[in-house]
Write a protein that binds this ligand. Structure first.
Ligand code: GCU
Length: 330
């Protein structure tokens, strides 16, 4: 609690300092950017790519100062700070945004996308644009979606092949009602917590498992602490790059155009990095001797998720959005 208060105080102080520095004429603009993944992770690399592009396009006027590896805190906290203007840019998963921007919930729904190509086509089209635009009334500017792959369940105890195997197991989820509902529907005990606390909780036994994509399971070394990985691929909730609206409104329209352009330009680069990294992480995890369950009964996992659809796709608006997503062809 004290640590958290100190961090928030330090960030607000840093913002004030940067705001004063940036108000001086002809000073380069410095955008403080939060990223909870390490330096070599595809989203972090995509932001670095974007930073280079921005510096070039703005002739050194706009700079990104990247705080990777969760230095600025967990996503729930950094999101609050971004809304307040204490952080300028933030790359997060959409799950912790579900309660802030209701339009994002649809993209966390279980077994929504048929493939990576389907997901990318949805995000690249009008639906993706509409969801990015929905951030603004909540104090955030949606700049671009990044891939976050398919998430699967891992645990410290045993192979999971059917929902029944999960009964009573404490599975860490992101801070999102849909994630809680998904684990409830599968019969597990959902335990919401920040990404940064998962490793320690696996070691201490306060949780039995978690769920994530191949690269995150690898970079966090969760695969060593929880060496049973079941390829449930139950959701493909994307990541998103956001800007604080507070800060956005202080930029000139030309600076805004450059930022949007550089963010969009980083997407194809990110996707290439993502595909390669997923393959590398998969190989590394298999080589480490993790038990991978690929032949599980996916249909049973899908069927068990029906209550999540009943709960979250409950209005005509959500039903028609779901219909539109399902009809998108890659
Ligand atoms: C993914 C995502 C992170 C998120 C993490 C989580 O790895 O890229 O942004 O924090 O999932 O499970 O919390």
């Amino acid at each position: 609690m004290i640590k958290q208060a100190t961090r928030i105080f330090a960030i607000l102080w840093l913002s004030l300092f940067t705001a004063l520095a940036n108000s001086a004429p002809n000073k380069p603009l410095v955008l403080r950017t939060a990223e909870n993944q390490p330096q070599d992770y595809p989203t972090t690399q995509a932001i670095t790519f974007m930073a280079e592009r921005l510096a070039q396009l703005s002739e050194g006027e706009i700079n990104i100062k990247l705080y990777s590896g969760g230095q600025l805190g967990d996503e729930k906290d950094t999101l609050e700070l971004t809304i307040l203007g204490g952080i300028d840019l933030n790359r997060v998963n959409l799950a912790p945004l579900n309660s802030i921007v209701p339009e994002t919930t649809i993209l966390s729904m279980p077994f929504l996308f048929r493939s990576t190509e389907h997901m990318r086509a949805v995000l690249d089209g009008q639906i993706g644009e509409d969801i990015l635009a929905a951030f603004e009334p909540h104090g955030l500017i949606g700049l671009a979606f990044y891939d976050s792959g398919a998430r699967s369940i891992y645990n410290t105890i045993k192979p999971i092949r059917t929902p029944a195997d999960l009964k009573g197991m404490k599975i860490r989820v992101q801070n999102s009602d849909i994630y809680v509902a998904m684990m409830d529907a599968l019969g597990a005990n959902p335990t919401p917590m920040g990404f940064g606390q998962v490793y320690e909780s696996l070691i201490l036994g306060t949780i039995d498992g978690g769920e994530n994509n191949w690269p995150s399971y690898e970079t966090t070394r969760h695969f060593e602490a929880a060496p049973f990985y079941s390829l449930t691929e139950h959701t493909m909730t994307p990541d998103v790059l956001l800007m604080s609206k507070y800060r956005w409104d202080k930029l000139s329209s030309q600076q805004q155009v450059l930022l949007k352009h550089a963010a969009k330009a980083s997407v194809p680069h990110m996707r290439k990095l993502w595909d390669n990294r997923t393959e590398d992480s998969r190989k590394k995890i298999i080589a480490a001797g993790v038990q991978i369950d690929s032949g599980l009964n996916k249909a049973a996992f899908k069927a068990a998720m029906q209550p999540v659809y009943d709960q979250f796709i409950a209005t005509d608006k959500m039903r028609s959005l779901l219909e539109r997503i399902l009809t998108v062809q890659p």
